[in-house]
Design a protein. Structure first.
Length: 177
């Protein structure tokens, strides 16, 4: 079982469970040590899953259950349009990630839920303190987007497609993301 398959199984087990699952129990179910599970939980959190650690084990925050990875491309002038398209349809932009050929995968949390968050993000960029992360990858970047339902994520995907933001995700990018 690959790391990506194992993490998918961990999420599946957590979704099916009505009680917390210990790191040891998740390790036994996936054939790895508790420490590997701890590392997997950290990776899953960077992918946008809201996993809560309790004294009795890990639980998946059901409110954050619907998360989808989108690969998009645009220039800096279309950043506001991309983000408002997502939040206006009820999505939350959990993070931004790029796969740089030299530096590897770089991810930054965003948690943009509404137009106020969009404006705050854009204002931070306008101060000149930093450039958008996608500048290092010719505009290509990924977002984990969460929503209350899969239907909302479908609407977001369709809107991003119509506005020519979406681009193809290659198999190696899914495994790395």
């Amino acid at each position: 079982m690959t790391g990506a398959e194992r993490r998918k199984k961990i999420i599946s087990l957590m979704k099916e469970s009505s009680s917390p699952l210990s790191g040891g129990a998740l390790g036994n179910a996936t054939g790895v040590s508790r420490q590997v599970v701890v590392q997997d939980i950290a990776l899953l959190r960077t992918e946008g899953y809201s996993i809560i650690a309790t004294a009795r084990g890990y639980i998946l925050d059901k409110a954050e259950e619907n998360v989808r990875l989108f690969k998009v491309r645009h220039d800096e002038e279309r950043t506001e349009e991309e983000l408002t398209t997502i939040v206006d349809l009820g999505g939350c932009v959990v993070d931004v990630m790029v796969n740089h050929r030299v530096y590897g995968k770089m991810t930054a949390p965003l948690n943009i839920k509404n137009r106020r968050d969009v404006q705050a993000f854009l204002n931070n960029l306008k101060t000149g303190k930093s450039a958008p992360l996608f500048k290092v990858t010719s505009g290509y970047h990924f977002h984990h987007i969460s929503a209350e339902s899969e239907d909302i994520l479908d609407e977001i995907e369709e809107a991003l497609k119509e506005k020519n933001f979406l681009t193809e995700i290659f198999q190696y990018e899914i495994e790395e993301a």
